[in-house]
Ligand binder design. Structure first.
Ligand code: GLV
Length: 310
């Protein structure tokens, strides 16, 4: 069996796990190792160049090495007849939950204010909100959103709501569904966590109009996709105080351009798309299970629905 790796990230972390979990496979790195395209059985990809994936006529599946498949689906020549599998990995979800918990607590405890006060040499204690009353809203209640919600529930955040395409029955989490319920969801949300995938439907979902539905002084955490937010509208909302502060891990353009306003805004926290990094060890184990399913004539779990876009 031949596995081809296509990514501009180094292959090194994948070598040992692939040998361990796919011991019969021969491994190839695109652009480096010689392999006849017709001999490729499985493709492992992260952000491949457009057009590349149409070249493997006998590939049995394409495994995406991250949760979001938007970079693949933007390729107009993406083959429609090969299953594309997105990575659903408990490790990915738990590190995302860490990131979310970190920023929710940061804003909940007013650390953004104390950081500014420290720079000004100002000693002013503020009141402390209650976790059980703090209204957290999670945009996107898939695997990542649900795990983040559970981590917050365990910390005593009892006022959690989620918004998704279809209603979810999740104990302790109020579920809002579909465009008709978005405004109500936003109106009740003080700390907004964005975890939606980047699709046609979610593109620009947070814009001047929707940001204005949040209560004044709300917080935004985005570790979903940069395409969810109209950045100029968020900058405006941050400048007027409609949004008190934002923690942003993903952007319209990455790396974030040098001259971007976010870099120097006092109430913006920028991280370089690190909220949840793929762990090659656990990911390879999951991919190996997917390959085994296909070799047994079954479909692997988490095949992307091309119409939905995730
Ligand atoms: C990272 O952004 C991912 O999609 O896993």
């Amino acid at each position: 069996m031949n596995i081809l790796y296509i990514s501009d990230m180094t292959f090194d972390p994948w070598v040992k796990p692939l040998h361990r979990y796919c011991p019969d496979a021969d491994l190839f790195v695109w652009g480096k190792d010689e392999i006849d395209a017709a001999d490729v059985d499985y493709v492992l990809v992260w952000k491949p160049p457009a057009g590349v994936l149409q070249n493997f006529p006998n590939a049995k599946a394409i495994f995406n090495l991250g949760a979001g498949v938007d970079a693949l689906l933007h390729d107009p020549d993406l083959p429609k007849d090969i299953p594309i599998v997105r990575l659903v990995d408990p490790r990915l979800s738990s590190s995302m939950a860490e990131f979310i918990v970190y920023w929710v607590l940061h804003f909940h405890r007013g650390m953004h204010t104390y950081a500014q006060q420290q720079r000004a040499g100002e000693w002013t204690p503020h009141g402390q909100g209650h976790t059980e009353k703090r209204r957290v809203g999670i945009l996107g209640l898939g695997e990542l959103g649900q795990d983040a919600a559970h981590a917050l529930l365990m910390l005593g955040f009892e006022n959690i709501a989620g918004w998704s395409r279809s209603r979810k029955e999740l104990p302790g989490i109020e579920s809002f569904a579909g465009p008709a319920e978005l405004d109500d969801f936003l109106a009740r949300t003080e700390i907004l966590v964005c975890l939606l995938p980047g699709t046609k439907e979610t593109n620009g979902l947070l814009n001047a109009k929707t940001l204005a539905k949040l209560p004044k002084g709300a917080f935004v955490i985005n570790s979903g996709r940069g395409s969810l937010i109209v950045e100029d509208d968020l900058i405006e909302a941050l400048n007027t105080g409609q949004i008190a502060a934002a923690a942003l891990d993903v952007f319209q353009t990455e790396p974030l351009p040098d001259d971007h306003a976010f870099w120097s805004m006092d109430n913006v926290f920028v991280t370089p798309h690190i909220a949840s990094l793929t762990d090659s060890e656990s990911a390879t184990q999951i991919i190996a299970e997917g390959i085994e399913a296909i070799e047994d004539g079954d479909l692997p779990e988490n095949v992307v629905d091309l119409k939905k876009g995730y």
